[in-house]
Write a protein that binds this ligand. Structure first.
Ligand SMILES: [Zn+2]
Length: 151
């Protein structure tokens, strides 16, 4: 799943639950549950083997994805007392994908490779460049539900 729904799910968890350990655990688990839902994704499984041009294209997409999430969170959490928990939840919810990103810089690190295999096998439906209408609708729906909990 792209970063935007993950960010908003984690933020909604932090927004509702004001306990750092619970927010940490639930946001982390939410990532793997959200990845089980059919979705469209641009994160290539071969990130470690991307050439410079492919990696830059990936970085632009990730920056736009996270940037939209960041702006949305700024708007939604503006003047909300629970914002530290919400931001913490958002950060933890994208940690599993950040570890995939680290593969680019540490391609020979075995545990990162094992983790990437585990993370990728957790996806129910992940077809970069495949049919995107239904998977995109599912991601938009999840994002909308998370926003509902942040209002
Ligand atoms: Zn993921």
């Amino acid at each position: 799943m792209i970063l935007l729904p993950h960010l908003l799910i984690g933020a909604a968890i932090g927004f509702k639950i004001h306990n750092a350990w619970a927010v940490f655990a639930l946001s982390l688990v939410s990532h793997f549950i959200a990845d089980k839902i059919p979705h469209w994704d641009y994160i290539d499984e071969q990130i470690g083997d991307m050439n410079k041009k492919e990696f830059m294209a990936f970085l632009y997409k990730a920056a736009a994805d996270a940037g939209i999430g960041g702006v949305l969170l700024l708007i939604l959490l503006w003047q909300q007392n629970a914002w530290p928990y919400a931001i913490f939840g958002a950060a933890i919810s994208i940690l599993p994908d950040f570890l995939i990103f680290l593969r680019k810089f540490f391609p020979k690190t075995k545990w990162l490779f094992s983790y990437q295999k585990l993370h990728n096998s957790n996806h129910l439906d992940k077809k970069p460049g495949g049919k995107i209408l239904f998977p995109l609708i599912s991601e938009l729906l999840i994002t909308a539900i998370a926003i509902f909990f942040l209002l």
